[in-house]
Design a protein around this ligand. Structure first.
Ligand code: ADP
Length: 189
């Protein structure tokens, strides 16, 4: 079984495509955004530490994020394959993920990057905001999240590209077309 990272800016369609991939391949889905939202909603100690940071649209410090991720991996020792969504967002996170996978005799096999322009992302999130009412979808916070992505997170791509693990997929088009292209990339040797 394979381990996959799905990568892209906020609003790229990572969540939608993750659902499709889970159905098709049976991945254990690890979304650090969902995990942080669970912690803040349930007011855990971790949730209290990250609430303000998340609501500002900034990245949670690596130390906290990596520790939470590791805990989640340890909860799923028998997973046939993982789908990482929203992680890694920094190079230290990518290095930590490789280390954890290696310790379990495994690896990250594919990184699927959804390529979507900043303009498209902004228009999609404006629509989503009216439906989901996510606290971090407000203008100022949204700007911060987009800046975090195009300023910091995007630097993770060369890390994977150098190791030949990166597959860039055009994230604009129908959900089916995009999921078909992702499946093709995962099924290719
Ligand atoms: P997006 O809309 O960008 O897909 P997510 O739902 O993945 O957002 O994450 C929401 C928020 O959770 C981020 O803005 C950030 O504050 C925090 N977060 C999630 N994953 C990470 C990570 N890997 N590193 C740091 N912060 C993270």
């Amino acid at each position: 079984m394979i381990n996959v990272v799905i990568f892209g800016p906020p609003g790229a369609g990572k969540g939608t495509q993750s659902d499709k991939l889970i159905q098709k391949y049976g991945f254990v889905h690890i979304s650090t955004g969902d995990l942080f939202r669970w912690h803040t909603k349930n007011e855990t100690a971790l949730g209290k530490r990250v609430k303000e940071i998340m609501n500002s649209g900034a990245l949670v410090p690596d130390e906290i994020t990596i520790a939470m991720l590791k805990e989640e991996l340890d909860k799923n020792p028998k997973a046939a394959g993982f789908l990482f969504d929203g992680f890694p967002r920094t190079v230290p996170q990518a290095e930590a993920l490789d280390k954890f996978m290696k310790e379990n005799g495994s690896a990250i096999h594919h990184v699927i990057a959804l390529d979507v322009t900043e303009e498209e992302v902004r228009s999609r999130i404006a629509k989503r905001r009216t439906i989901e009412n996510r606290a971090d979808d407000e203008d100022e916070k949204l700007n911060k999240r987009i800046m975090e992505y195009f300023g910091k997170t995007i630097h993770v791509l060369p890390y994977y590209e150098k190791q030949n693990r990166l597959k860039t997929i055009n994230g604009i088009g129908s959900v089916e077309k995009i999921s078909g292209e992702i499946a093709q990339a995962l099924d290719a040797k």
